[in-house]
Design a protein around this ligand. Structure first.
Ligand SMILES: [Fe+2]
Length: 310
């Protein structure tokens, strides 16, 4: 129980932003943690049950078939927050990926490096049952029900590994720049390009199919309202993905996305990450348009430290 009194733990469970277990881990600088399953409260399990129940029909309607296959492969319990070790028992034999519990935000280079090692940093808290619809932070429903089913697919899993390769390529590139100010400037630009590409594909991607547009982005797959909005609403602009557009396109995280990009297939997505890396090596990510996302100090530092260790 790691020093928590059991009354406090039972009252707050592992609820997003109100979990003493997580606060303690963060105070001790622990990024990677275990999942103290006994701390989940009845209210936490109930939040999972309600989130899962209302998404099921939307997944059948809007999700791409490989996600649906992934949901079946993982054998998630619709009624209880999943144990990561149970998830991994089904996931790992398929693609080598594992969900790995984290205390919260992971600096970007470490996040991408985890993907390269087929480990997915996974939030273990769950949103408050009173606010099922929206929260700015990821939670275990977003990470396990939104992301991890896609990780059962080999082509998608290999694409995530290639993102990890890109982070290492970025570190290699900036390691060769002697001037510190220039190193920071170019790293910031490359970071924006990577973050934007990840956002418009892994988090909010759409895919063309014979039966219309299907969703493969995890931000959509874990949002009851936005998954339908993304496919149906006339307010959303949907365009075939163009790399030069995506890397220069700012995004905002606090409202439904007005602009989404469509890929043809998972092979197409995989190829695009390869092109992104080629462009990085050719200097084409060194001067992308400004605007969101901001480059946080820990994100930048994580890449520069990786570069310094080269
Ligand atoms: Fe996500």
């Amino acid at each position: 129980m790691t020093g928590l009194d059991s009354d406090t733990a039972a009252r707050t469970g592992l609820t997003t932003t109100r979990a003493p277990f997580i606060e303690q881990a963060q105070q001790h600088g622990q990024l990677y943690i275990h999942q103290p399953f006994e701390l989940y409260s009845d209210a936490n399990h109930d939040a999972w049950r309600r989130l899962y129940a209302r998404m099921e029909s939307r997944w059948r309607k809007y999700a791409n078939p490989r996600f649906l296959q992934g949901i079946d492969n993982l054998c998630l319990d619709p009624a209880r927050v999943p144990r990561l070790e149970d998830v991994n028992r089904f996931l790992s034999p398929l693609t080598g990926f594992k969900a790995k519990a984290v205390s919260g935000y992971i600096p970007s280079f470490l996040f991408f490096d985890s993907l390269r090692n087929r480990e997915f940093p996974t939030t273990i808290t769950i949103r408050d049952g009173a606010t099922l619809d929206y929260l700015p932070e990821p939670d275990i429903f977003h990470d396990i029900a939104g992301h991890v089913p896609m990780h059962t697919d080999r082509a998608f899993a290999d694409t995530l590994v290639r993102f990890g390769d890109c982070a290492h390529t970025a570190a290699d590139i900036v390691a060769a720049i002697p001037d510190e100010a220039e190193r920071i400037r170019r790293m910031s630009s490359i970071f924006k390009a990577l973050a934007r590409f990840f956002w418009f594909t892994i988090e909010f991607g759409l895919m063309r199919s014979d039966s219309g547009l299907k969703v493969y982005g995890s931000g959509l797959l874990s949002s009851y309202g936005e998954i339908a909005h993304a496919v149906e609403s006339p307010e959303v602009q949907r365009y075939p993905i163009q790399l030069e557009w995506v890397i220069n396109q700012y995004f905002e995280i606090d409202h439904y996305q007005p602009l989404l990009f469509v890929v043809d297939s998972f092979d197409h997505l995989f190829e695009l990450v390869g092109t992104l890396e080629e462009w990085m090596l050719a200097g084409r990510l060194d001067n992308v348009a400004g605007g969101e996302p901001a480059v946080s100090e820990p994100d930048l530092r994580s890449f520069l430290e990786a570069a310094a260790a080269r």
